[in-house]
Design a protein around this ligand. Structure first.
Ligand code: PNS
Length: 166
């Protein structure tokens, strides 16, 4: 890659909701990329019921990264690689929390490369304190009245409270 070309990365996910672990990965990405799309996937095949709509998740990401002009929240449908190509993003970012994430992540990285051979997947490790954190656990704990304020930022907290009547 030429020195002059900006590195545009895309960090795809469900982000239902964005956790501090996701935030950490996004901020780490800014050390190695010039711009970052945090891309919320519409998943028509998703069986689990989502807590936030895709639009709400994008708004949350916008609020959390309001002071960071290099981060652009977006929603996308269809194949990630098609969207990435459209936006000129050749670097896909994924967080790896533990070995248990690895198999699925490697499969996705290999499939994405089969679909578009110019894409590179970069795995980043989150801060240790977030290595157990997931959106599904945050949803579950919040839904049962547990304190999740350590695991999500204020804009997420506010929306969770509004949604769950807390
Ligand atoms: O946070 P998640 O749910 O683990 O994210 C999974 C996601 C959204 C990154 C993945 O399902 C995805 O890329 N979906 C878009 C459709 C697609 O391109 N599927 C083929 C992936 S190999």
């Amino acid at each position: 890659m030429s020195q002059a070309q900006p590195v545009i990365a895309i960090y795809p996910g469900s982000f239902d909701p964005l956790t501090r672990g996701h935030e950490d990965i996004a901020r780490r990405t800014l050390r190695i990329a010039d711009r970052l799309y945090v891309a919320v996937a519409y998943s028509p095949t998703q069986t689990k019921k989502s807590l936030f709509t895709v639009e709400e998740r994008v708004e949350i990401i916008r609020d959390v990264f309001a002071g960071e002009p290099r981060v652009e929240p977006v929603a996308f449908r269809g194949l990630l690689v098609d969207f990435a190509r459209e936006r000129g993003a050749r670097v896909v970012i994924r967080g790896l929390r533990a070995v248990s994430d690895f198999e699925y992540e490697l499969q996705m990285a290999q499939m994405n490369r089969e679909l578009w051979d110019e894409v590179e997947t970069v795995f980043l490790a989150p801060e240790l304190e977030y290595s157990f954190l997931s959106s599904s656990l945050v949803r579950e704990v919040a839904g049962l009245g547990g304190d999740i304020s350590r695991f999500v930022s204020a804009p997420v907290m506010a929306r969770l409270e509004a949604k769950l009547g807390g």
